[in-house]
Design a protein around this ligand. Structure first.
Ligand SMILES: [Zn+2]
Length: 489
């Protein structure tokens, strides 16, 4: 299996530190407001990676933290006149609701910074003892960036270039503008904990180093996060952890791409920030996942409403096919291995593994779906008395494989009938027509035909078509579909 490593800038053969086991840490959410779909993508990506590694037989421990103390949280809590931990506890609850509604397989451990203060203090003390950090008379502790010779190895940033970017005025007690805070002394009214350096709170970077050490031990296999965290957050995590450990911290640094909406960076001030909640109010959770999985996890993506609409139509087509083929195969399949000619029952799984082993190439595995579903529809159309059982057995085998392997990346976990009804209801609502009206008009058309009033019957059909509803006359009676949605004839 190959995974892209941001540290070496190469796709590398993945070899865990301990045979058969994977220790993975991904930076979680700083909880000061409702989570947006950038958070959703990151959570979907690392949960997908953890699930795939499990599918390949690894025993995975996946840790995803909550940053529940930081400047933004303190500021927002002050604005709202509540305690910082009160705000973060409230927002963690909201984030958990969102992740549950997205049906994301949870991390195994979700540590919070506020519950790891003692671990963080011990970590900082050790960095001071090792000569990588110093405390000031103001009660702050800083990391000495120049002391860590590998600084910049992840981001490629050079220390001398960095100097141009930092503010010239230095916080009191800070010896070098490059140094970053490990522990921040409390300002009046701010949340704080007792420490050897007085009342204060941890810096952001040290939280992750300390929580990764506490939950996963000294070295980890995969450290993940959004690309925006490479510098300074991950660079600083490396500096802290490797100074502390005296050896490599994470074998693989993995970064997922960022999201733009309608060509612009997501931001509240631009009015294009999309919360998970707002997205879920409009789209089924698998539609949201599908939009992300269509792109490689390392790629930045630019999404607009039309991407969700298209994903919705594709999934409708897939689920509609699943529904109809499941009904058919349940009726005619038998226990034999009597399949259609040229059908290879292992094909779906083998191709899935081949693509996913290549740095979790979900765009490829998604593209395979089009061929698979086209084939399913093709054999359904060509069914006859002679090949009925083979067709049913073949379809049953395909459906089983699809659910097994695509379930790993979070697709096809829903009851097909419920999914298609949900999407239909949504479209009917948009078309401003109800099932009752459609059924009533179908009945009127039937009556018109019985009365040989074919003009009226045609008028009713055309009227429905103008409203976006297509009628299909079958031997079992007249059914209807929504024009905008792909479906099997
Ligand atoms: Zn982090």
């Amino acid at each position: 299996m190959k995974i892209y490593n941001s540290l070496t800038r190469k796709k590398e053969e993945f070899k865990p530190l301990e045979y058969g086991k994977v220790k993975m840490y991904a930076c979680g959410i700083t909880v000061y407001d409702l989570s947006h779909i950038g958070h959703a993508r990151q959570a979907i990506v690392y949960s997908m990676i953890a699930e795939y590694l499990r599918f390949r037989g690894y025993e995975v421990k996946y840790v995803r933290n909550y940053t529940d103390v930081d400047d933004k949280i303190i500021k927002r809590a002050q604005d709202r006149g509540i305690g910082a931990l009160e705000l973060s506890a409230e927002q963690i609850k909201e984030a958990e609701i969102d992740m549950a509604n997205l049906h994301i397989k949870d991390a195994d451990v979700k540590p919070k910074a506020s519950e790891n203060i003692q671990n963080i203090i011990e970590f900082v003390k050790s960095l001071i003892e090792k000569g990588y950090a110093y405390s000031t008379e103001y009660g702050d502790v800083y990391y000495i960036v120049r002391k860590f010779k590998d600084y910049g190895k992840l981001s490629g940033i050079k220390i001398d270039e960095l100097l141009n970017g930092v503010r010239k005025e230095v916080e009191p007690g800070k010896r070098d503008p490059l140094d970053f805070a490990l522990w921040k002394s409390a300002k009046p009214g701010e949340i704080s904990w007792d420490s050897p350096w007085g009342k204060g709170r941890p810096g952001w970077h040290i939280e992750c180093s300390a929580m990764a050490l506490h939950e996963l031990g000294e070295q980890i296999d995969i450290h993940g996060g959004g690309k925006d965290l490479i510098f300074p957050h991950h660079e600083d995590e490396i500096a802290q952890s490797e100074a502390y450990l005296g050896k490599e911290f994470a074998k693989v640094w993995s970064h997922c791409g960022l999201i733009k909406i309608n060509g612009e960076k997501m931001s509240k001030s631009l009015g294009n920030s999309l919360t998970i909640r707002d997205a879920l109010a409009k789209y089924n959770y698998e539609v949201i996942k599908y939009v992300f999985l269509q792109k490689h996890y390392t790629a930045d993506i630019d999404i607009s409403d039309s991407d969700f609409r298209l994903a919705e139509k594709h999934l409708y087509y897939f689920y509609d096919t699943l529904y109809k083929t499941t009904v058919f195969s349940n009726r005619y399949k038998n226990e034999s291995n009597n399949y259609l000619e040229n059908f290879n029952a292992d094909d779906i799984k083998e191709k899935f593994i081949e693509a996913m082993d290549d740095d979790f190439n979900t765009p490829i595995v998604i593209s395979y779906l089009y061929d698979t579903f086209k084939y399913m529809n093709y054999i359904m159309k060509n069914v006859n008395k002679e090949n009925r059982v083979q067709t049913a057995n073949t379809l049953a085998s395909i459906i089983k494989s699809l659910k097994e392997v695509y379930g790993v990346i979070g697709l096809f976990g829903q009851e097909p009938k419920l999914f298609i009804e949900e999407i239909k209801d949504k479209y009917l609502n948009e078309l401003n027509i109800t099932r009752e009206i459609i059924e009533k008009l179908i009945q009127e058309r039937k009556d018109a035909k019985t009365n040989k009033d074919f003009e009226l019957a045609d008028n009713i059909r055309n009227k429905l078509l103008e409203s976006g509803i297509v009628l299909n006359d079958t031997r079992e009676g007249t059914t209807w579909t929504i024009k905008q949605l792909y479906t099997i004839e």
